[in-house]
Design a protein around this ligand. Structure first.
Ligand SMILES: Cc1cc2ncn([C@H]3O[C@H](COP(=O)(O)O)[C@@H](O)[C@H]3O)c2cc1C
Ligand SMILES: O=C(O)c1cccnc1
Length: 346
């Protein structure tokens, strides 16, 4: 399987970053989480003057075999139809990307439809939907490897074009089921607490989903390794996001993590390479019931609480202005040493 060369950011520069932030013209600590963010971004970029450039939301779409068990209100066809909406510009993620200056990169990771060429959707189709993980592995290890490679290559593409801050989004009916399984496997959270409404199940729908997923977990007969669990329960779009996150960390980029599904992907990525979390900023804590616990398992500090439950990268892109404020703070505020505050009105 593809390997990544991840290192934690060198902490030598941390005292200088902290000194700079502490000496800006404000009470120490008074800009709260903006200060933490500025230091984290400075560490990632190894500079006292961090910059955010060419933000990009990479959205992977794919179908899931588990959908045939009735675990989602969203029919399978919605996956490719939404991909078409993204390409036309009228979906939730589109207005947010326009508002915040994000490039939106669309990738067909494995939808069950022949997406015509000429609509700006990158073809990295690994299969036409994963298989139903109630009865066996969703994908082969070769497919998992391919997904990780494709995700990494797409990040290379945007990084080579000047992007140093990236979020990942997804579209895939049924993918909250796959994400619940990853969360259970990688955070150890009891399954009932990992399972929620997804795109809008009611109470009895959630009970059915939990029943299906409990049976699927009992049927698991793999070797228990991280990669095997990823392949057994995962989605092509989720595995590509993991590959993207790992390459982004390898290249020293800031990763903005979106909702429940992308948080499950970060959990999986962190079980492969724990260093990846040092590059992660968590955009929000959403309304999907497992999201809070998934964030807790990562020790994450989510920036926004907007009750979002959309995915697509929406919560990550929404949080971008907060990162911009952190970077402006460290670059644009005077320090007490720069100015003589008593002399302003001379
Ligand atoms: C119109 C529509 C747009 C979406 N955009 C994201 N999702 C979200 O809902 C899906 C996951 O929920 P579940 O596991 O319950 O199917 C994913 O596609 C996710 O991206 C959507 C869902 C729908 C219906
Ligand atoms: O938080 C998410 O990513 C999410 C939650 C519900 C449905 N789709 C996505």
């Amino acid at each position: 399987m593809i390997t990544f060369d991840l290192r934690r950011p060198d902490r030598t520069i941390e005292p200088a970053l902290r000194h700079k932030v502490d000496n800006l013209t404000k009470p120490k600590g008074s800009l709260g989480k903006l200060e933490h963010l500025a230091i984290q971004i400075g560490l990632i970029q190894q500079t006292l003057t961090p910059r955010l450039s060419n933000p990009c939301n990479i959205l992977f779409a794919a179908d899931h075999g588990i959908i045939s068990e009735g675990v989602s209100v969203s029919p399978k066809e919605v996956t490719w139809q939404q991909l078409g909406h993204f390409a036309k510009g009228g979906a939730g993620i589109n207005f947010l990307c326009r508002q915040h200056g994000f490039r939106l990169v669309l990738v067909d990771a494995g939808v069950d439809y022949d997406i015509p060429a000429g609509h700006g959707i990158i073809d990295r189709k690994v299969g036409r939907s994963t298989r139903n993980f109630l009865h066996g592995p969703a994908m082969t290890h070769d497919e998992l490897d391919l997904c990780l490679r494709h995700g990494a290559e797409i990040v290379d593409m945007v990084a080579d074009e000047g992007c140093n801050v990236v979020s990942f989004g997804e579209m895939g009916s049924g993918n909250t089921s796959a994400s619940s399984m990853w969360m259970h496997a990688f955070a150890g959270t009891p399954l009932p607490q990992c399972v929620g409404a997804g795109a809008g199940l009611d109470r009895s729908g959630i009970d059915h989903k939990l029943n299906v997923l409990t049976r699927a977990w009992k049927n698991y007969s793999g070797d228990g390794s991280v990669s095997d669990l990823m392949a057994w329960f995962g989605g092509y779009e989720m595995a590509m996001a993991v590959g993207g996150m790992l390459r982004a960390a390898e290249r020293g980029m800031v990763i903005i993590v979106d909702g429940f599904i992308m948080t499950s992907c970060m959990l999986a990525a962190s079980r492969l390479y724990p260093e990846v979390t040092e590059y992660a900023v968590y955009g929000h804590q959403g309304d999907e019931s497992g999201h809070r616990l998934a964030l807790e398992a990562l020790g994450a500090m989510p920036l926004l609480h907007l009750d979002l439950r959309l995915g697509e990268g929406s919560g990550a892109v929404c949080a971008y202005p907060i990162l911009q404020s952190a970077v402006r703070m460290i670059n644009e505020m005077d320090s007490f040493a720069d100015v003589n505050v008593t002399k302003y009105f001379d």
